[in-house]
Design a protein around this ligand. Structure first.
Ligand code: CP3
Length: 355
C-alpha cells in the first residue's frame, strides 16, 4: 500500500491509543478529542424515540437499550468517546434504595437519609447484581472498535446530597447540616458510597471501559477546607480502588474554581472544569501533571453560530495551556440544544487542532 501524504489522520488502532486516552495522559494527540457530558439524552430525537414508554432507571438496566443509546451520539456527532448511558444513582437503585428519576426534576428518594440509623440501614451493593452492566459494557466495547468507552460513577458527596435532601437542591443545606452535626455518621455514609461507587467503576473497567469519570457535580457548594477534610478522602478512596487498572481518571464538579487544586489531588489524571474558570487559569490552579477537560458553557450552544464559533475557538486556544486537553462542555448538554450544533462543534474542534 502506498501512503497518501494528505490522507485524513489514521484512526487510532485501539481505544488505549485513542486521542482521548492520550490527551488524558498528556501525550501528543492527532487532534484534540471531543465528547459532551449528557451527549446521550433528550437533545437527540432518536433517544426520545427509543426511550418512549420506558422508565429512565429501567432503561439503564437493559443492556440492549444501554448499548443503543450510548452509541447514538457517537454515530451522529463523531465524538471521540462514548460515555455509558446510566445514572449516578444507579448503584443505589441496584442495591435496593427506593429512587425514581422524575423527568425534568432528577432523582427523588422515597425515604431520605436523615438520621444515623438511616445511614446504617442503607443496603450494600452486591457486585453480582451488576451482571447487566458488565454485559452492556462488553457489548459496547465490541461495537465501538477504536472509540473508547468512558465508564463513570457519582462521587460520594454528590450521591449523599441526593440521599439526604431527598431530591435535587440548590443550597444543599440539609446535607451540610448533617455533615457538621453528625461527623462520624457522615464519614460512614461517604465510606459506604465510596465502596459502591468503586464497585460500579471497577465493574465497568473490568468489562473493558477505557477511561472513567467520577462526577462530583455538587462539590462546588463546599469550602475548600470542608472539601479537603470531609469529602476528598472518600473520593480518593474511589479512585484508589481502581488499583493498577491502567485507565485514565477524570474528576469533575460544577462551580469548583476554589477546589481545582484539591480535585486534582484526589488522584485524577484529568480535572473537569466548568465554564466559570478559563482553562489557562485552571491549568495554573491544577498545576503540572494533570490534563484538563472542558469547558464551553452549554448555554452558548443555544446562541447564534458566530457566538458558538468564537467561544469554541477561545476554549481551544485556552486549552493549549494545559498538559493535555479533552474538549467538553462545562456541564451537561441542555435538552433544548440543536444536535446539529453539537456536530458542528465536534467538526470545528477537530479542524482547529488537526496536526
Ligand atoms: O453523559 C451521558 O450522556 C451519559 C449518561 C448520564 C446520565 N446521567 C443520563 C441521564 C450521566 C453521566 C449522568 C450522570 C448524572 N446524573 C449526574 C452527574 C452529571 C451532571 O449532570 O452533573 C447527575 C447529577 C445525575 C442526576 C440526574 N439524573 C439528573 C440531574 C437528571 C436530569 C433530570 C431531568 O430530567 O432534567 C437525571 C436524569 C437523566 N440522567 C437523564 C439522562 C439522559 C434524563 C432522563 C430522561 O431522559 O428522561
Amino acid at each position: 500500500m502506498t501512503a497518501v501524504a494528505d490522507a485524513a489522520p489514521t484512526p487510532a488502532p485501539s481505544p488505549a491509543d485513542s486521542d482521548l486516552v492520550r490527551a488524558a495522559r498528556g501525550l501528543p494527540v492527532r487532534r484534540t478529542p471531543v465528547w459532551f457530558m449528557r451527549q446521550a439524552g433528550r437533545s437527540l430525537p432518536e433517544y426520545r424515540a427509543l426511550r418512549a414508554g420506558t422508565r429512565m432507571l429501567d432503561a439503564c438496566q437493559d443492556p440492549d437499550l444501554v448499548t443503543e443509546i450510548t452509541l447514538q451520539p457517537v454515530r451522529r456527532h463523531g465524538v471521540d468517546a462514548a460515555i455509558l448511558f446510566s445514572d449516578i444513582v444507579l448503584p443505589l437503585v441496584v442495591a435496593g434504595v427506593d429512587i425514581d428519576i422524575k423527568p425534568g426534576v432528577g432523582p427523588v428518594i422515597a425515604s431520605p437519609v436523615r438520621s444515623v440509623a438511616d445511614v446504617d440501614a442503607l443496603p450494600p451493593l452486591e457486585p453480582d447484581r451488576l451482571a447487566f452492566l458488565a454485559t452492556a459494557v462488553r457489548r459496547l466495547v465490541a461495537e465501538l472498535g477504536p472509540t473508547p468507552l468512558i465508564g463513570f460513577a457519582g462521587a460520594p458527596f454528590t450521591l449523599a446530597t441526593y440521599l439526604i435532601e431527598g431530591g435535587p437542591s440548590k443550597e444543599h443545606a440539609r446535607t451540610k447540616a448533617f455533615m457538621y452535626a453528625e461527623p462520624e455518621a457522615w464519614g460512614r455514609l461517604l465510606d459506604r458510597l465510596a465502596v459502591s461507587a468503586a464497585t460500579f467503576l471497577t465493574t465497568q473497567v473490568d468489562a473493558g471501559a477505557s477511561a472513567v469519570q467520577l462526577f462530583d457535580s455538587w462539590a462546588g457548594v463546599l469550602s475548600a477546607a470542608d472539601y479537603a477534610e470531609r469529602v476528598l478522602p472518600h473520593s480518593r478512596a474511589v479512585l484508589d480502588a481502581l488499583g493498577d487498572r491502567d485507565v485514565p481518571k477524570v474528576h469533575f464538579g460544577v462551580g469548583t474554581g476554589e477546589l481545582l487544586p484539591l480535585i486534582g489531588d484526589a488522584g485524577a489524571d484529568v480535572v473537569g472544569v466548568d465554564w466559570r474558570v478559563p482553562l489557562d487559569e485552571a491549568a495554573r490552579r491544577v498545576g503540572p501533571g494533570r490534563s484538563l477537560q472542558g469547558n464551553l458553557d452549554p448555554a452558548v450552544l443555544l446562541a447564534d453560530r458566530a457566538t458558538v464559533d468564537r467561544e469554541v475557538r477561545r476554549v481551544v486556544a485556552q486549552g493549549r495551556a494545559a498538559r493535555g486537553h479533552v474538549f467538553n462542555l462545562g456541564h451537561g448538554v441542555l435538552p433544548d440544544t440543536d444536535p446539529g450544533v453539537l456536530t458542528s462543534v465536534v467538526d470545528l474542534v477537530h479542524e482547529l487542532t488537526s496536526r
